[in-house]
Structures are given as C-alpha cells and as structure tokens.
Design a protein around this ligand. Structure first.
Ligand code: FAD
Length: 497
C-alpha cells in the first residue's frame, strides 16, 4: 500500500529507489507475451532487463551527481522528480529541460518512454484546474478537476511510473478519419455505477505498459471525436494491476544476449502492448473528463500538456541525435574515413539535424512565457516544428548509418568468438587501421543494434509514430501556423500592380 501524500512529505522524499519500483511491479497485473501470462515482469526473459534499467535510472535520482538537476524540493517539503514542478519562470522551464536531457542521456535516448514524459503532462493537467473544472461533476458533485489534482499529488509524492494510451484501434479508415470510433473495437463506457464507470474495448498501444505502475487513458492529441461520440469521451488513470485490464505485448527485442553482443536491446527493451479492457471498473475519483467530446478534444492543447510533452521530447531527441553523431564519428575515425569527403558529407547531414533540434529547443526555452493558467511554457512553435521534423530526421539518420556501415553492420562475430577456437582468426581479421578487433566488433555491434536489429527498427517506427500519425500531425501544424500575415504580404504585392 503506497504511503499518502502527507506521510511522504513528512519523510521528505517522494523519489523512489529502483528496488522500490521493482517491488511495486510484482503485483497481480495481467501481462501476456508469447502465448502465456507473465508471472513476474521483473524477472520475465525479454522484459525484466528493461525494468532493471528503469530501476537504475530511478536510483540515479538519489545520486549526488544528478539529484539536484533531476529533482526539486516542493513547497510541502517533499523531494520530487523535476518534471512534476509547475514552472513559474523561464529558469524553471530551463531546469525542466535540463532534467529531461539528463534523463535521456542515461539511455542516449534509446529508452523513449522515461517517466518524465508522462509526468510533464500530468503537471500540466493539474496546473490548469480552470480547464477541467468546466467538465461535468462526478457523483456527489465532486469536480473532476479535483480528481486530477489529487492524482497528480499522488503520482508526484509516490514517484509513480506512468504509461498512456490515447488511440483507439482503427476498424475502418474512413470511419476513423471522420472522427468516429468503432464500437466493435474502441474503448467505450458500457455502464455507470455508484462506484465508477465500467469500460470495455481496446486501446492501440501503451509503450512501457507492462513496466508501468499506472496507465493514463486519455483522448488523442490529434484525433478529433465528433459530438455523438459520448461513450468514447473520457479521461482516467488506473493502476496496471486493475482487474479486467490485460496487456498483450509485442515480440520482445531483448533476446537475452550479452551487453557486448546487443548493447542496446539487452538494456533498453521498454516493451509496447495493446491494452484490452474487459469490463474494467474505473472509480469516479480517477475520472478526469467524462461524456464531453469537445472538452476531450481540447484537453492536451488547452492545458498546454502537449507543449510540455513536446519539450520533454525535444530534449530527449537532442540526446539521441548527439549519440548518433558520436557513433558515426567513431566509425569514421576507426576506418580512417573521417578524411573522406563523402563520409564527412553524410555525417555532416546528421550533425545539421542535431543542431536543428538544439536550435529549436533553445528557441523554445529562451522564449518561454506565461500561459493562460499563470504558468510558464516554452514557446510552442519551435517544439511543434521539432516533433514534426524528427519522424523524418531519425529514419534518415538510420539510413546514413547503414550507408556508412554497410556489411560491417551485420558481418560481425560474437563476444564468445574471442575466447573459443576462432579467437586468433577474429583478432586477426576484424581489426581496423585505428581499432583493435574486439573494439571494432563492439562498435559495429552497437551500430547494428541501431540500424539493423529488431530493436533498431522498432526505434525507427517509434520515432515515426509515437506522437501520432504524421499526416494528422502535419495537418494540425498547418492549422495553427500563423499564416495570415504571410498571405497579407502576397495580397499586398498583388494589389500593388
Ligand atoms: C513503437 C510505437 C509506440 C507507440 N506508443 C504509443 C503509446 O505509448 N501510447 C499511445 O497512445 N500510442 C502509441 N503509439 C501509437 C501511435 O499513437 C499510433 O501508431 C499512431 O497514432 C498511428 O496510428 P495507427 O498505428 O493506428 O496508424 P493509422 O492511423 O492506421 O495510420 C497509418 C498511416 O495512415 C496515415 N493516416 C492516418 N489517418 C489519416 C488521415 N485521416 N488522413 C491521411 N492519412 C492518415 C498515418 O499518417 C500513417 O501514415 C505508438 C506507436 C508506435 C509505432
């Protein structure tokens, strides 16, 4: 049983250790993989090492080296993760950005769904109570805005790890494009009781779902529901171990290899799962919006949750891009191709993408301003630009790595071959001008995990889609872009004829 807010504040620490996180995962959650139900996600092959990695990140919050940049002491005296801090100045925005970047560097951006991503949105929702208080009241007249405030404090002071699922499965594209959901597959309210709402159906995906404490079930940022979509309009959060909640995992990309053989997939398997709700009871106190499609449609924009999430994303993409530059430069140096025009041109393209993300991030943070709720937000447009460009940038970075690495990306021996009968051969034939054989193999196995392995391909898919369908994101970008002053210039030129 988690301690309450006052207890935690008295103890002065809302940040958990990795061990506490792992213990929390050993509950009744219903996780399915490879045709069977998982008994314990923390020791499940193909899943457990991802949990251990996240546990180590949570431990970092206690480390003198990182504590002051990734945590803060809240007004109630509780030390909490920085992403929970409501920003009241440009400095607060920069401090949040620094914390996101630090978290991302721990995995070089390869563990995409670190808890700061969802914490950022939770902070935004709770810091805009005027928005949610427009919603209907729950039984007893309790404003759902209060439910969100309570949940935020619970997550903040107990250092909850959240996932989210925003998108209903598509049954028919035309139906989905017209803003309607299929009652055959989409998550919907089937009953109201005194205790809460009963929901049934599926949601497309929850990255980190099997390794999270709680799941936020919110309306999508970009998919617009029509007014008649009442049963599909809601927002709530429940523990992963809620009865009736089932997570169906995709195939794992952690095949149990050593860190040498699979440097990324052996560490950063964060797992994605389709989420099935079989008559799940959501208690009223965990419902934040209900039966109001229009309110749901506005939620991420009106609270600026989307801006804070995009801020976290830009920081993590900067760390990831820097990693890609470092990897490519290490390969070029090892082969001696760092003098070659073609190679330099390819890597320069990745450097320019990296510097574009950095510049957009800088622009957003430097132009942070107060929002309609009295909090600070980074300037939205550079962050929107970054999140629309990165789904194209990252696959191009992977393509460039493939062009640089060619067959070396897959024609590599394993760690075991350095201590078996092949040892002399692999020492001899895998050396490079500037690198011993074993170091060369390690470097290219890392590049393989980025550019060739199942893990690497899932990363590229993630970058393309995790923030939503690119076509709809671009359409939303077009809609909010400040176009009129530019059209005016065209019109005034034409009028001057
Ligand atoms: C690795 C990974 C992790 C993810 N993690 C999460 C998560 O944690 N939580 C979560 O909620 N979601 C998550 N997503 C899901 C993501 O939100 C969806 O993949 C995304 O919204 C696209 O939906 P879809 O997969 O159904 O594709 P579709 O909607 O079927 O789209 C397929 C293609 O059609 C295009 N398209 C779609 N609609 C239109 C339209 N109206 N007009 C023109 N073109 C259109 C899309 O741009 C895309 O190119 C994840 C996705 C991936 C790949």
């Amino acid at each position: 049983m988690a301690a309450n807010r006052e207890d935690i504040a008295k103890q002065g620490s809302g940040i958990r250790t990795g061990q506490q996180y792992l213990e929390g995962l050993r509950d009744d959650r219903e996780i399915w993989t490879q045709g069977k139900r998982v008994a314990d996600v923390t020791s499940e092959p193909g899943m457990g090492r991802g949990a251990q990695t996240l546990a180590a990140f949570l431990d970092n919050q206690h480390d003198d080296k990182y504590r002051d940049s990734v945590t803060y002491v809240a007004d109630d005296g509780c030390r909490c993760a920085m992403a929970f801090k409501t920003p009241k100045s440009v400095e607060d925005i920069k401090a949040r950005g620094k914390a996101y970047y630090e978290w991302a560097k721990w995995s070089n951006g390869m563990f995409g769904r670190t808890p700061d991503y969802k914490n950022a949105s939770l902070m935004a929702f709770a810091s805009a109570p005027d928005f949610l208080s427009q919603g209907v009241k729950g039984p007893g007249g309790a404003a759902m805005a209060q439910n969100m405030t309570d949940f935020y404090h619970y997550a903040r002071t107990n250092d909850r790890v959240l996932t989210h699922t925003l998108v209903n499965p598509t049954f028919n594209h035309a139906q989905a494009a017209s803003g309607k959901f299929s009652e055959k597959v989409a998550l919907q309210v089937v009953k109201e009781t005194d205790a809460g709402i009963i929901v049934n159906g599926a949601r497309l995906l929850a990255t980190l779902g099997p390794l999270a404490d709680e799941i936020e079930v919110f309306p999508s940022t970009v998919l617009r529901a029509t007014d008649d979509n009442i049963p599909f309009a809601f927002a709530f959060a429940i523990p992963i171990a809620t009865p009736g909640l089932k997570l169906i995992c995709r195939d794992t990309y952690d095949h149990g290899k050593s860190h040498f053989d699979a440097p990324l997939s052996s560490r950063y398997e964060e797992m994605d799962a389709v989420v099935v709700f079989e008559n799940v009871l959501v208690p009223w106190e965990r419902v934040f919006m209900y039966g109001q499609p229009e309110l749901c449609n506005q939620a991420f924009n009106a609270t600026n949750a989307v801006v804070h999430m995009a801020h976290q994303v830009a920081c993590s993409k900067l760390a990831k891009s820097e990693f890609m530059v470092g990897l490519m430069c290490a390969i070029a140096k090892a082969t001696g191709r760092d003098k070659d025009l073609y190679t330099k041109g390819l890597i320069a393209e990745v450097m320019q993408m990296t510097e574009t993300v950095r510049a957009l991030l800088f622009s957003a943070e430097e132009q942070a301003h107060v929002d309609q709720h009295g909090n600070f937000i980074p300037l939205r447009s550079p962050l929107d630009t970054s999140r629309n460009m990165y789904p194209k940038m990252y696959p191009r970075m992977v393509e460039i790595l493939q062009l640089l690495g060619s067959s070396s990306l897959m024609a590599t021996p394993t760690e075991a071959d350095f201590s078996n009968a092949l040892a002399n051969d692999v020492e001899q034939y895998f050396q490079l001008a500037n690198l011993e054989s074993k170091d060369r193999v390690a470097l290219y196995r890392l590049a393989h995990d980025v550019a060739v392995s199942g893990f690497g391909n899932r990363q590229a898919l993630y970058e393309r889609f995790f923030f939503g369908p690119p076509a709809l994101m671009a359409s939303a970008y077009f809609d909010i872009y400040s176009k009129d002053p530019l059209i005016d210039r065209i019109e005034s030129l034409l009028a001057s004829n």
